[in-house]
Each structure stands twice: as structure tokens, then as C-alpha cells.
Design a protein around this ligand. Structure first.
Ligand SMILES: NC(=O)c1ccc[n+]([C@@H]2O[C@H](COP(=O)([O-])OP(=O)(O)OC[C@H]3O[C@@H](n4cnc5c(N)ncnc54)[C@H](OP(=O)(O)O)[C@@H]3O)[C@@H](O)[C@H]2O)c1
Length: 245
């Protein structure tokens, strides 16, 4: 689909990647860009219309879908990362919050906007996933589970909405230079690079974006994950547990 003239809604548009997604949409000529955020006053990108939205509130999600009936491009960007292990976390709070936001929040948005997109000729959904959709890393284990669930939902929604002509794009990325990745010194992609790749893919009708070399390598190695992906992760984790990383 063409971005020029489209009407887009970006979740988590107040900061990080969501803010850059909204900016890129404006610069590509979107007719209208709704910037959804828990605090709409924090949506300050020029040309972006603030909308109050917590994606974990299904009633509010339904209200926004009823209000923004002109949307043809939905960008499910909002997400949380709590850096929580499966067995070492003190309780299930982080795992529940990640699943509630990254999986159930994204699912609510897809369900609410599917008929809106159908009414506007099919349009497109972009779901912001992760390289950790593909494998588990103990450092962000429960986050990975939520992104694996969101990957599964992305594939399912694509199948379910094919008949109405909706393009469903899965975006997988390793570290991106935002608040979410502030704790790590690992190499990071820029949010601008990710946004450009994503909207190039939307315009080209591509269903998947593998935004960086690490993500492309992991996806290519999936059929040999226990030989190629997990051994170095295990080695790194064991060293961290021993206190000798
Ligand atoms: N940064 C990375 O390394 C990286 C890598 C791969 C994938 N991703 C994914 O990229 C997306 C954007 O992340 P980011 O890097 O921009 O992270 P970020 O800087 O932490 O921003 C996260 C955004 O999501 C919003 N959000 C969180 N929970 C929400 C909720 N319940 N309802 C509405 N908005 C909510 C936040 O709003 P508040 O300001 O209100 O908290 C914020 O706008 C996420 O889905 C993330 O998982 C990030």
C-alpha cells in the first residue's frame, strides 16, 4: 500500500521507536497520523494527532477504533521489557505485564481494527516484534515469551485477514537505540533505520522485516537452533550466573 495519503495510527507514539514511526509517516505524506499514548500530552511530534490509549484497556481500545474509523495503517509499536528471567524473578508480575502488553494489547488492537481496515480497503497492520520472538535469552526470558506469542498472533492474523486484503507485517529487530535498550552497550540499530525499512516493506507489500544482521542470522539458523543459537547463549548465561561474564 502507499503511505502517501494513508491514515495511520501508531501506538506508543510519545517516545522511542513509536515517535520515529510517526515522524516517518508524516514525512512520507500520510494524510493523517494518530499518535496513541497513555499520556497524549507527551505526543509532541509535529503533524501527529494525539490520542489517549493504554493498549491493555480493551474498552478504551474499542473506543479508539470507533473514533478513528479512517485508519488504513495500524502500527502496533507499544511494548514493555522488564528484563526478567523465568525461574529467578521474584513473582509473575513482570511476565504478566509483558504478556498483557506485548501479546494481549497487540491482539486487542488487531481485533478492534480489523473491521476498520476492511472498511478502508484492507490496509495494513505492522506488529513490532523482536529477535527474541525466535529464541529464548534468560536475560529477557519472559519478554521473549511475549514476543514469541505476538509472532504467532501476527502469523495467524495474516491468515485470518487475507480475505479482506490486509497486509500484516512482522518486524523483528535486535537492539534499537531507545530507552528500552539503554541498559546495554551492545550494538544498536537506529530507530530511523528500522522505521525506513518497515515503511519500505509496507509500500512493497512485504510480510516480514528482519531489521539487522543479528536478526537475519538468527532467523536463518532457526532449523539448527540447538547447535547454532543456544550454545553461546548458554555459555554467556552460565558465566553471568558464576559472576565471570
Ligand atoms: N529498543 C529495542 O532494543 C527493541 C528491540 C526490538 C523490539 N523492540 C520493540 O519496539 C517497540 C518500541 O519499543 P521502544 O524501543 O521504543 O521502547 P521504549 O522507548 O521503552 O518505548 C515503549 C513505548 O511503548 C509504550 N507503552 C508501553 N506500554 C503501553 C501500554 N500499555 N499502552 C500504550 N503504550 C504503551 C510506552 O509508553 P509510556 O511512555 O507511557 O511508557 C512507550 O511509548 C516495543 O514493542 C519493543 O518491544 C524494541
Amino acid at each position: 500500500m502507499k503511505i502517501d495519503g494513508s491514515v495511520a495510527l501508531v501506538t506508543g507514539a510519545n517516545r522511542g521507536l513509536g515517535r520515529v514511526y510517526a515522524r516517518e509517516l508524516v514525512s512520507r505524506g500520510a494524510a493523517k497520523v494518530y499518535g496513541a499514548a497513555r499520556d497524549p500530552a507527551a505526543v509532541t511530534e509535529p503533524g501527529v494527532i494525539p490520542i489517549a490509549l493504554d493498549i491493555t484497556d480493551p474498552e478504551r481500545v474499542a473506543q479508539v477504533a470507533a473514533q478513528c474509523t479512517d485508519v488504513s495503517l495500524l502500527v502496533n509499536n507499544a511494548g514493555v521489557l522488564k528484563y526478567s528471567t523465568f525461574t529467578g524473578a521474584p513473582n509473575l508480575d513482570a511476565a504478566r505485564m509483558e504478556m498483557e502488553t506485548n501479546y494481549f494489547g497487540t491482539l486487542s488492537m488487531c481485533r478492534a481494527f480489523a473491521p476498520v481496515l476492511a472498511g478502508n480497503g484492507g490496509g495494513a497492520i505492522v506488529n513490532m516484534l523482536s529477535v527474541t520472538s525466535f529464541y529464548t535469552n534468560p536475560f529477557d526470558a519472559s519478554y521473549g515469551a511475549s514476543k514469541a506469542a505476538a509472532w504467532s498472533l501476527t502469523n495467524g492474523v495474516r491468515l485470518e485477514l487475507h480475505h479482506q486484503g490486509t497486509l500484516v507485517v512482522a518486524v523483528h529487530a535486535s537492539f534499537i537505540d531507545t530507552d528500552m535498550a539503554a541498559l546495554t552497550n551492545a550494538p544498536k540499530d537506529t530507530p530511523e533505520s528500522v522505521a525506513q525499512q518497515v515503511f519500505d516493506a509496507v509500500e512493497a507489500g512485504q510480510i516480514e522485516v528482519l531489521a539487522d544482521e543479528r536478526t537475519r542470522t538468527v532467523k536463518a539458523e532457526l532449523s539448527h537452533d540447538h547447535e547454532l543459537i543456544y550454545p553461546p547463549v548458554q555459555e554467556f548465561w552460565d558465566a553471568a550466573v558464576r559472576g565471570t561474564p
